[in-house]
Design a protein around this ligand. Structure first.
Ligand code: TRP
Length: 452
């Protein structure tokens, strides 16, 4: 994507594929393949899945539309969007988005760094072990070490920096447009393999059979956080991307396609992971380390495992990069457009902060594991704060803003893609933005702090 062409005008996406590929590129990443399985595993499986899907529909898609409306309608970053649409102080929500984007990129890069290490180990054949206990030990040894995880975090962020600074985001995105379908294909193959494992049925039952008694306030909050995280919602990421959509991009359709593909990838990841977890006698509640223990064991059981795992981890690095590029864009475009800082400097500042905080996150599995904030390690705190709190608050503000504050004709014109007709679902969208999303998010919050 070309952010600014030479005379300073903002460039636009020219094709439909460009729109979907970049939004899906942002949405699909570690959130689907690493975070979804571990959150589902730790939060009751089916109960979590049910709530997650529900939140995608009643909150995720409407808020995604709201962010698209704000971005395409104003052609600005999240601050500019709020400011152009209202004289009030709504733009302050943009600051929260910046904070969240930086905390997210910090812990995200640690996990992306782990993926880099596992890519190298795959290629060198080191991932071939006999038992699941060994996989567990190997990951623990690596992640609690003080050097490797930090170095990989920095390497990943440097890669992200180079792509952003050299303006080759377009190239990366084009490459990922070709390679992401390959990742999808690979996931389908792994899925079929997992379904043929001897205790696959138990895994599927765990994921798809909701035990309603397990729907606790914590499960609701985690499922909501996951829905926001996975759709890259709540901090203006999709607003920034939509500011490059062309006039005739169909926003509703783009939102449904993005959410659909993103959710599909998460479900595929779940179908790969849980049958294996049960078949290999592992615990679904392993937390953030879950997929690093399960996936290598799956690859090991496949003929030609080295090739599968190398290819998979390589594609996952790419998928992570298209996500971190989108996170970085939020604060970079903000610094460039609002603070009038040069893009180069802005990219540098963004990377430097992420490198410092990312290193702390990486170390929080090792030397810093007893340094806690509200009882959580730095890594867990960053993840919890951004996903479960800041993103839903950001999404709630966007929903209220587009539902109640922004000019109705403006919202309608954006949603109908500047045509006169009103899509049948438009009133439903407005209803979701005005009532369902804000009230739903507020209820989940109040519920989780024990007020209701
Ligand atoms: N959605 C991405 C994933 O699933 C992560 C991501 C990219 C993100 N941009 C974001 C999360 C903005 C929250 C906000 O991996």
């Amino acid at each position: 994507m070309n952010k600014n062409n030479n005379n300073g005008q903002r460039a636009l996406f020219t094709t439909k594929i460009g729109v979907i590929a970049t939004t899906v590129g942002s949405a699909v990443g570690l959130g689907n393949i690493w975070r979804f399985p571990y959150e589902a595993g730790s939060n009751g499986g089916g109960a979590f899945m049910l709530c997650y899907i529900l939140f995608i529909f009643i909150i995720g898609i409407p808020v995604l539309c709201a962010e698209f409306i704000m971005g395409r309608g104003t052609r600005s970053n999240i601050f500019g969007a709020y400011r152009k649409l209202s004289a009030g102080k709504w733009y302050i929500a943009g600051f929260m988005g910046i904070v969240a984007s930086i905390t997210i990129i910090s812990f995200y890069s640690v996990v992306a760094g782990w993926i880099c290490e596992y890519f190298v180990r795959s290629v060198s054949g080191e991932l071939n072990m006999a038992t699941s206990v060994e996989y567990h030990k190997a990951f623990e040894e690596f992640s609690t070490g003080n050097w490797h995880p930090v170095i990989w975090t920095l390497v990943f962020l440097a890669l992200n920096f180079l792509i952003l600074i050299r303006g080759v985001t377009k190239g990366i995105e084009r490459m990922s447009n070709i390679l992401m379908p390959l990742l999808f294909l690979l996931l389908v193959v792994f899925c079929i393999n997992s379904l043929s494992l001897d205790r696959a049925a138990e895994g599927l039952a765990f994921l798809f059979h909701p035990d309603f008694s397990k729907i606790t306030p914590q499960v609701l909050l985690s499922a909501m956080g996951q829905a926001f995280f996975s759709l890259s919602l709540g901090l203006g990421c999709m607003t920034t991307y939509a500011s490059y959509f062309s006039r005739d991009t169909r926003l509703g359709r783009a939102a449904v396609t993005t959410a659909g593909l993103d959710t599909l990838v998460a479900i595929l990841a779940g179908v790969i992971v849980f049958p294996a977890v049960f078949s290999f006698g592992m615990s679904p509640q392993a937390g953030p380390t879950l997929v690093f223990e399960v996936l290598p064991a799956i690859f090991h059981s496949l003929p030609g495992g080295v090739v599968w795992s190398s290819l998979f981890f390589f594609l996952l690095i790419l998928a992570s990069l298209t996500s971190t590029i989108s996170m970085s864009e939020i604060s970079i475009v903000f610094m460039v457009e609002e603070l009038k800082i040069k893009r180069r400097t802005a990219t540098f500042v963004n990377t430097a902060i992420a490198m410092i905080l990312g290193s702390l996150c990486a170390l929080s599995f090792g030397v810093l594991d007893n340094m806690t904030i509200f009882g959580m390690t730095i890594f867990n705190f960053f993840d919890y704060l951004s996903s479960n709190i800041l993103l839903p608050i950001g999404g709630m503000i966007a929903a209220i803003f587009v539902g109640w504050v922004a000019d109705k004709r403006f919202v309608k014109a954006q949603m109908t893609d500047n045509a006169d007709s009103t899509p049948r679902l438009f009133p439903l969208l407005v209803f979701c933005l005005r009532f369902i999303a804000p009230v739903g998010i507020a209820l989940v919050f109040l519920n989780s702090i024990g007020i209701i």
